[in-house]
Write a protein that binds this ligand. Structure first.
Ligand code: ADP
Ligand code: MG
Length: 319
């Protein structure tokens, strides 16, 4: 069974049915109606040593990334971050390591107005779980479902940087500092997510690669999309790697981008361009939503690129 089969079969809809659950399993965050004039947005992510990061990685960067991936999920709903809880499993109590980790997490939390309000600390193989809680006005959250034929497809920042950094590290090749930062200290696009409320029809954060994550929007919305590969926003490093023979899977499927992918009606394109200027982060139109299901990616010569991988699946290679 795939990761998604497991979730769908055993966990979606588990437990009591409650009328205050606006949105349960299946989006970047759950949405809970507290009866106040805010909905609570909740998301939880685990980073496991040897799977999500190398055991010898910089603990300060790890603290940053452990929170950043959660803030990215809040950004994808258009929610404002507020609180976090932290479950830390450590092989031993190394004060210098924990101090650096706490510093990295604390600095990002402060920058986004987030308070750490609880957690759990245990001994075992190194693993980190962060739960984030944010607020969004009722009806303002941007879900994966909501894309409509004719919408334009947009993506923030650049794609493929983290994947390229990881490939270079694994190959023992030199990695520039800016590229390493993109892998180790992603900058969650919270300000963009907030500004896209009322503009975007559907949104997701790109954690598993654009093809897989845009695929989740399309599936949830019951639509398809056509994407122009020549339009993908690429850093000079990734553009150079592509020119040197790296395939389109680098920006489409390498993952760990923590950018936002969203769809919006063409009438909002001017306001979306203004958001990019305000947030000082490029927003790029890469294609359009179609009523025909499926994701089609056209290469510069017009030929379709075969989208091979559908993102990272933790159980893909299990029998
Ligand atoms: P993301 O990439 O945004 O973190 P995931 O792909 O990890 O989202 O998860 C997809 C959806 O499944 C999310 O809504 C998540 O909350 C839910 N989910 C994942 N694992 C479980 C689980 N064990 N029990 C309940 N819900 C889960
Ligand atoms: Mg997500």
């Amino acid at each position: 069974m795939s990761e998604f089969d497991l979730i769908r079969t055993y966990f979606a809809g588990l437990g009591a049915r409650r009328t205050d659950v606006v949105l349960g399993v299946g989006d970047d965050c759950a949405l809970l109606d507290l009866g106040a004039d805010q909905w609570l947005a909740v998301s939880l992510d685990t980073l496991v040593a040897g799977v999500h990061f190398l055991a010898d990685c910089d603990p300060e960067a790890l603290g940053h990334k452990a929170l950043a991936v959660g803030l990215s999920d809040l950004a994808a709903m258009g929610a404002r971050p507020a609180w976090a809880t932290l479950a830390l499993t450590l092989p031993g109590a190394d004060p210098a390591w924990v101090a650096a980790f706490a510093h990295g997490l604390g600095r990002l939390a402060k920058a986004h107005g987030v308070a750490l309000v609880g957690g759990d600390t245990t001994r075992g193989p190194l693993a980190i779980t962060v739960q984030v809680h944010g607020l969004v006005a009722p009806g303002q959250a941007i879900r994966r479902a909501g894309a409509r034929p004719g919408d334009q497809v947009w993506v923030s920042g650049h794609l493929g940087d983290a994947g390229l950094a990881l490939r270079r590290i694994q190959a023992g090749a030199p990695v520039s500092e800016p590229l390493r930062r993109r892998l180790e200290r992603p900058d969650p696009r919270v300000a963009i997510g907030l500004r896209l409320r009322g503009l975007a029809h559907a949104m997701i954060d790109v954690s598993d690669g654009l093809a897989a994550d845009l695929g989740h929007i399309l599936e949830a919305s019951g639509v398809g999309a056509s994407v122009e590969l020549a339009a993908l926003p690429l850093s000079p490093d990734v553009a150079e790697a592509l020119a040197n023979g790296a395939g389109w899977d680098l920006p489409l499927a390498a993952g760990d981008d923590y950018e936002l992918c969203f769809t919006a009606p063409a009438a909002h394109s001017g306001r979306i361009e203004a958001v990019a200027l305000e947030a000082r982060c490029p927003l790029t139109r890469i294609g359009c939503v179609t009523s025909e299901p499926g994701l089609r990616a056209s290469q510069p010569d017009g030929a379709l690129w075969p989208i091979a991988r559908s993102g990272y699946d933790h159980f893909r290679d299990e029998a």
